[in-house]
Design a protein around this ligand. Structure first.
Ligand SMILES: C[S@@+](CC[C@H](N)C(=O)[O-])C[C@H]1O[C@@H](n2cnc3c(N)ncnc32)[C@H](O)[C@@H]1O
Length: 253
């Protein structure tokens, strides 16, 4: 099974109980409730009525539902996810919330999004970068954002300790065994593979500026235990300064 099918199978199985499970896991690892996570991300992100918003890896749509509740006037609201079953729950929950703002959902990979360049002014991504090739994801975010557009990303960051040879491999094994015991072998593989994709605050800063983002602000919050990666909340702006590397990537799409 390739990595994307592994992710889809993992989240298909998890979809009916996703919000309960994520609430328990965030509480265990970071000492947060799921609602604290969403409130922190949205509390640190300015939203304007003219914003055209995309939530990448939207899952069951908790982030767009909260955006529309707090900002009923936003110009448009989209969610994208690779797992159809997660989107089905997102659609049902959103319809049940009775919000007037339409939510447009798309099933696709965030590493190759079916949107034209300059489609959005604000792109979110919560708890999902660790399941993706982060450089492809960031290049895609840059492509679909218009000039002046912003990203708001929140996920686990890596610890400098993980640079010590052998530590990342050990963390992979710990993740595998933990999720095998608590969940199932598909989730265990998905989370073990995800260990390679987490980055430190400094690595995020380098990557974002290489792709062409400016005004990068990364807040490192505190997890409950020293050995658990701290949550990072990342905010950056596309000022549209010409960058040959990213232009080449965009032309190739
Ligand atoms: C932990 S959930 C996060 C859901 C939501 N953002 C939240 O904050 O609750 C991770 C989500 O990422 C999605 N995902 C993983 N890889 C993806 C990819 N390449 N493209 C789009 N979605 C992806 C999964 O299907 C899953 O719904």
């Amino acid at each position: 099974m390739d990595d994307q099918n592994l992710i889809i199978e993992t989240f298909e199985e998890l979809s009916p109980r996703y919000q309960k499970v994520v609430d328990a896991e965030l509480n265990l690892f970071w000492g947060w409730r799921y609602s604290d996570f969403v409130n922190t991300l949205l509390g640190l992100t300015p939203i304007h009525p003219e914003d055209r918003i995309l939530d990448i890896a939207t899952g069951t749509g908790v982030i767009p539902t909260n955006i529309a509740t707090r900002n009923p006037q936003v110009s448009s609201l989209h969610g994208l996810d690779i797992t159809h079953a997660m989107l089905k729950h997102a659609q049902t929950d959103y319809n049940d919330s009775g919000l007037a703002q339409p939510l447009r959902l798309t099933c696709a990979s965030a590493m190759s999004m079916p949107y034209a360049r300059d489609s959005f002014s604000l792109v979110f991504c919560g708890l999902a970068t660790h399941h993706m090739e982060v450089d492809l994801l960031i290049s895609e975010m840059y492509r679909v954002l218009d000039k002046g557009g912003r990203i708001a990303v929140a996920d686990a960051g890596s610890s400098p300790l993980w640079k010590i040879p052998g530590v990342k491999l050990m963390m992979r094994m710990v993740a595998y065994l933990y999720f095998l015991f608590k969940e199932n072998s598909t989730r265990a593989w998905a989370e073990a593979l995800a260990v390679s994709n987490v980055r430190t605050k400094e690595e995020w800063e380098v990557l974002l500026s290489e792709v062409g983002f400016n005004q990068i602000k990364i807040r490192q919050l505190k997890s409950k235990y020293r050995w658990v990666p701290d949550p990072l909340v990342i905010y950056a702006t596309k000022l549209g300064v010409k960058n040959d590397k990213i232009e080449q990537f965009i032309k190739g799409r």
